[in-house]
Design a protein around this ligand. Structure first.
Ligand code: GLP
Length: 233
């Protein structure tokens, strides 16, 4: 794992953009994208740049079950607002949270990823070490699946909703196995609330109790953290 420590999330976003821009200039065509507050500074760099994304494909990690794409809390909405409205891609995939057949949607999503192998996968990390919505205890070999969110995650994500009851109870998300198949992984984390998860991911044992620890086994991972998130290392 390559670890880059920056002063703050502004510098972290600029550093992450440098990596993405370089990969795209070197032929990357499929980007795995993430939501959450962490990638916002990276997306700002994308939208402020003159980088042409119209030949790229994006595949997002996850979506809440039960939220329509026009719901401001949905990840469809988030991606349009922070990136796609200003920087359209050739094709952008986000799981369909309104599907009537979750199992079929998950299977289709696995097929999309198989047909469009991910060149660079962007990740954030949950305070409990989750990646995408792969919560502690999720098998390492799982593909796209429906996840029941833990209390911990519902609480953490409730800051985006009017109250905790409005946070959906499940999500459709790429599995750890999909993430591990990406050719390159860039994980970003900012702030002291992520420090413990960062320590466990990098220095702890590889265990399904800390989903991000699987990244120790990936051949090309860059971790971009600010000083606060790196303080336990
Ligand atoms: C959610 C997302 C994750 C994200 C995590 C951290 O649970 N599904 O992909 O990494 O939140 O979010 P934030 O970046 O807002 O701290």
């Amino acid at each position: 794992m390559k670890i880059i420590v920056t002063e703050n999330k502004i510098q972290g976003g600029a550093k992450a953009f440098e990596i993405f821009e370089n990969e795209i200039k070197n032929g990357a065509k499929v980007l795995g994208l993430a939501t959450g507050s962490t990638p916002e500074t990276l997306y700002q760099n994308f939208t402020n740049s003159d980088l042409n994304c119209s030949n790229l494909i994006s595949i997002n990690l996850d979506e809440y079950v039960g939220l329509t794409p026009d719901n401001p809390q949905s990840y469809h909405y988030f991606m349009r607002k922070h990136l796609f409205d200003k920087k359209p891609f050739k094709k952008s995939y986000v799981p369909d949270g309104m599907t009537k057949d979750v199992a079929a949607t998950c299977k289709e999503y696995d097929q999309i990823i198989k047909d469009n192998p991910i060149d660079v996968q962007l990740l954030g990390i949950g305070r409990n070490g989750h990646i995408a919505f792969n919560e502690p205890g999720t098998p390492f070999d799982i593909g796209t699946h429906e996840v029941k969110l833990t209390e911990n995650t519902i609480k953490a994500n409730s800051r985006f909703f009017d109250n905790e009851d409005e946070v959906p109870k499940s999500a459709i998300c790429m599995g750890n196995a999909n993430i591990m198949q990406a050719k390159k992984v860039v994980l970003m984390a900012f702030g002291e609330k992520k420090a413990q998860a960062i320590k466990e991911m990098i220095e702890g044992p590889v265990t399904e109790q800390v989903p991000a620890s699987i990244l120790q086994k990936h051949p090309d991972v860059t971790i971009i953290v600010d000083k606060a998130a790196a303080q336990e290392l």
